[in-house]
Design a protein around this ligand. Structure first.
Ligand code: XLS
Ligand code: NI
Ligand code: NI
Length: 442
């Protein structure tokens, strides 16, 4: 008997997924992701710290506004709350172990059902935390980050920490406190805030300034509580512009950075960026990553992709090598995610109903990242991609350009330089040349 699986096995017939290389015909193998392979000075495992998302993989039933569940989970059958939660944990850890995921992430309500009773919920959370701790110990799988779901319960329909009703805010606080306790107890390296309903549906009934002040206060007290209780990890804000609210205060990376600066939270909070949220905000993921990296706040990442034809958060598994290669260029140049990893905040489709589908989805995502990392490393080592970009700014490297950068020239002096030097030449931005480099190394 396998000690990890005990007497139950949820993904029967699926063995540990191995790296078999590009020539393998086995769809249940990695073709690119070879966890110990060193790329740009670090193992793939360390670059990525891939994490499973409890909510999509073990709770997402496939139900949509038009239809009932299609994912009928064998771990969701028992009537006893704790027994059901343990079955789910068993299934989750069986999956993480078979796939070779060394990390996972959860919301409080993913790991165990919650009721309307705060005391009851605290008890439930500590019971399941003790169980998860055993599972972590037996498998070596670690908690990347924890979070509280402050958006599904009906009491949060007007927001959680930005709710106009103070009592609702206190309920959110009770959940965050218990989720932070669980995260600390499980040795989590991060704690995430995604503000699903922290925003508004209509400005007609909203005092935006007051709501943002409340959000900041809430983050401050959560931070203070966690630090006082020994949490050394990073807090993350996960930007998203809308959905479910019309407008969310954590709109995009730049907006969140401005907010963190305004409320003096930059020392404790970093960004957890998500691909599909970037595209919803009208950006590329590359844009969001570069903004965060430039601010030293590239903390963690939720991997997925949107649908080109639809404007919502479809959370599909990543498979676009071009897009990921551009992201990996930024990741390598930034020195990686600090201190987070890559969480598969992605869901298999409603009609993907074979137990193996969850494996295919993750294998595809992990292989896409691995291949993109290898390609990006080749580009950085072998091509003149970096040089082309650096050279565009050469006029600021010395002489008057350098003086300007150093703040040594005033507006009149700048005018005089223009008058003395004539009309600027047209200098190509070489976009297509650079785009071809990406494709060449793929
Ligand atoms: C929803 C978010 C959510 C967060 C965690 O769009 O991506 O899943 O990652 O609360
Ligand atoms: Ni997410
Ligand atoms: Ni999302």
């Amino acid at each position: 008997m396998n000690v990890l699986l005990g007497d139950k096995e949820f993904f029967k017939g699926i063995q540990k997924i191995k790296f078999e290389g590009q020539d393998s015909d086995n769809p249940l193998s990695f073709r690119w992701y070879d966890e110990n392979r060193i790329v740009a000075g670090r193992s793939m495992k360390d670059w990525f710290k891939f994490a499973g998302a409890y909510w999509h993989s073990f709770c997402g039933t496939g139900a949509d506004p038009f239809g009932e569940s299609t994912h009928l989970f064998p771990w969701d059958q028992k009537s006893d709350v704790v027994e059901r939660a343990k079955d789910k944990a068993d299934a989750a850890f069986e999956f993480f172990t078979k796939l070779g995921l060394h990390y996972y992430c959860f919301h409080d309500v993913d790991v165990i059902d919650h009721s309307d009773n705060i005391l009851d919920n605290e008890k439930r959370m500590s019971t399941i935390t003790a169980y998860l701790k055993e599972k972590q110990k037996a498998s070596g799988v670690q908690l990347l980050w924890g979070t509280a779901n402050l958006f599904s319960n009906r009491k949060y329909m007007n927001g959680a920490s930005t709710n106009p009703d103070f009592l609702v805010l206190t309920h959110a606080a009770s959940q965050v406190k218990a989720a932070i306790d669980a995260t600390i107890d499980l040795g989590g390296s991060g704690y995430t805030f995604w503000g699903g309903r922290e925003g508004y549906m209509s400005l007609l009934n909203t005092n935006m300034k007051r709501e943002k002040d409340h959000l900041a206060k809430f983050l401050q007290v959560a931070r203070d509580y966690a630090r006082a209780n020994g949490f050394k990890g990073s807090f993350y804000i996960e930007p998203k512009p809308c959905e479910p609210s019309k407008h969310q205060y954590d709109y995009d990376a730049e907006t969140v950075i401005g907010f963190l600066r305004q409320y003096d939270l930059l020392n404790d909070f970093k960004l957890n960026l998500e691909v599909n949220h970037a595209t919803l905000a009208g950006h590329t993921m590359q844009h969001e990553m570069q903004i965060a990296a430039d601010a030293g706040l590239l903390g963690s990442m939720d991997a997925n992709r949107g649908d080109m034809q639809n404007g919502w958060d479809t959370d599909q598994f990543p498979n676009n090598i071009n897009e990921l290669t551009e992201c990996m260029l930024i990741l390598i140049e930034a020195g990686g995610l600090q201190p987070g990893g890559i969480n598969f905040d992605a869901k298999i489709r409603r009609n993907s109903t074979d137990p193996a589908d969850l494996f295919y989805a993750h294998i595809g995502g992990m292989d896409s990242f691995a291949r993109a990392l290898i390609v990006a490393d080749q580009i950085l080592q072998k091509s003149d991609y970096k040089k082309v970009r650096t050279n565009r700014y050469a006029s600021f490297d010395s002489g008057k350009g350098k003086e300007f950068e150093n703040g040594q020239l005033n507006l009149t002096q700048l005018r005089d330089i223009a008058a003395a030097n004539g009309v600027p030449e047209l200098i190509s931005g070489k976009q297509e040349y650079l785009e071809n480099i990406i494709n060449r190394y793929i």
